[in-house]
Design a protein around this ligand. Structure first.
Ligand SMILES: Nc1ncnc2c1ncn2[C@@H]1O[C@H](COP(=O)(O)OP(=O)(O)OP(=O)(O)O)[C@@H](O)[C@H]1O
Ligand SMILES: [Mg+2]
Length: 229
């Protein structure tokens, strides 16, 4: 079974009487346990592809299968539940809800699923320790550094024990050192927790942490290479 399989994915945006074809036929697949990076220039369609693969946006044409199920055949309600339980999405900016504390942000997907706090408290504490944000659990996002905010977003992505985490420029707003720390955490999450990761990045340096790198150019994926690290 393929975790994620896209075939012939096209996406057009219509603005007034102009139609822009942003994805021009993308084929992509990812297996369990992989860490894949998509690199490419600004405007090449990386975020658009990630949103479509995560079921946040729909393709104009083509097929996307997640865990062998065609996304377009899944009801909105079920898709929303899958988005909470089976996969997580980490955005580049505005990851956190400003008027919730760090802890409240992290447990949000669990609270939305109406789980009882006793059922997750230990594992959430473990994840907060692991990501080095336990001491900040009662702080608000604006009181944190960019790197801390990004680690809180990772914690929130992890608490549901997802099969896949989608990440759109997870290091985009960070300086070099903090970016490196987040990449090392991601590689560790992939290795030790077995979570599949699909990450979009501008940075070839950060892409090298992935086990496979694909390049997006003007709406198509061109070539793949095995990463050395
Ligand atoms: N909702 C939308 N409506 C119209 N055009 C859009 C929409 N979303 C994206 N686009 C266009 O699609 C193209 C690809 O955008 P996308 O955000 O996927 O690029 P990207 O590769 O993620 O770029 P960046 O590296 O800057 O984040 C851009 O030209 C963008 O203007
Ligand atoms: Mg983008």
């Amino acid at each position: 079974m393929s975790y994620l399989k896209a075939e012939g994915v096209k996406k057009s945006f219509v603005t007034g009487d102009v139609t822009a074809e942003v994805l021009k036929g993308v084929d992509f697949s990812m297996e369990e346990g992989e860490f894949v990076a998509i690199v490419g220039e600004s405007g090449s369609g990386k975020s658009t592809l990630l949103y479509i693969l995560a079921g946040i946006e729909t393709a104009t044409e083509g097929s996307v299968k997640l865990f062998d199920r065609e996304l377009s055949s899944i009801s909105d309600a079920e898709l929303a539940a899958m988005r909470r339980r089976d996969f997580s999405f980490v955005y580049q900016f505005d990851n956190l809800v400003p008027n919730l504390t760090v802890y409240e942000n992290i447990v949000l997907p669990l609270a939305l699923d109406r789980l009882k706090e006793e059922s997750y408290l230990d594992s959430v504490n473990e994840i907060m320790e692991y990501l080095g944000v336990a001491k900040r659990k009662d702080s608000y996002p604006r009181q944190l550094s960019g790197g801390e905010q990004q680690r809180v977003a990772l914690a929130r992505a992890l608490v549901t024990s997802p099969k896949i985490i989608f990440l759109d420029e997870p290091t985009g707003s960070l300086d070099k050192e903090r970016g490196r720390q987040v990449m090392e955490l991601l590689a560790d999450i992939n290795k030790t927790r077995g979570v599949s990761l699909l990450m979009v990045t501008h940075s070839d340096l950060h892409a090298a942490y992935a086990s496979r790198v694909v390049r997006m150019e003007d709406g198509v994926l061109i070539g793949e290479r095995e990463s050395k690290t």
